[in-house]
Design a binder for this molecule. Structure first.
Ligand SMILES: [Zn+2]
Ligand SMILES: [Zn+2]
Length: 156
């Protein structure tokens, strides 16, 4: 019997899922992995910038302060954290693939497109999570030529 070798999509989405669990945010926990040619460029999970707030410790009862859309007003999204870290250390994300546990919101979609990321694989739908009709981030990315796929487990 031949040994089953895991598909890279599964490896990177498993990692994104593990990273999500590190998030201090109370409401949503999202993880992201940026890759190119099966190598990891950067990782991220949602939360306020490192060295500022830890939502779960500061607001254990009330939860994070909310913005008008009901999201944490202090947090950077997982995709933003992954992209910003790459930018900080001078790693190009042009042509990269982004694995993310929740499909990008419209604000992140604009950043993903602007940075030249070519492919996005998401596990859960942001629209479904928010209870809204359309995944506007996904629609935006697809409209402007970014390949967006809903994740399916690949390893046999
Ligand atoms: Zn928060
Ligand atoms: Zn976002």
């Amino acid at each position: 019997m031949t040994k089953t070798r895991p598909h890279f999509d599964d490896i990177f989405m498993d990692l994104a899922s593990s990273l999500a669990e590190r998030s201090h945010c109370i409401k949503a926990q999202v993880g992201a992995v940026l890759t190119r040619d099966t190598r990891i460029i950067s990782i991220g999970y949602n939360g306020p910038p490192a060295g500022t707030h830890n939502c779960d410790e500061e607001f254990p009862e009330a939860g994070c302060p909310r913005d008008s859309k009901g999201s944490c007003s202090l947090a950077l999204h997982a995709e933003q954290n992954a992209i910003l870290y790459a930018a900080k250390i001078g790693a190009s994300v042009e042509g990269a693939t982004l694995y993310v546990t929740l499909s990008p919101c419209i604000a992140c979609a604009r950043i993903i497109f602007s940075m030249g990321i070519k492919r996005v694989i998401y596990r859960d739908s942001y629209a479904r999570y928010k209870g809204i009709g359309v995944d506007e981030g996904v629609e935006f990315l697809r409209k402007f030529g970014v390949l967006v796929e809903e994740y399916t487990h690949k390893t046999a």
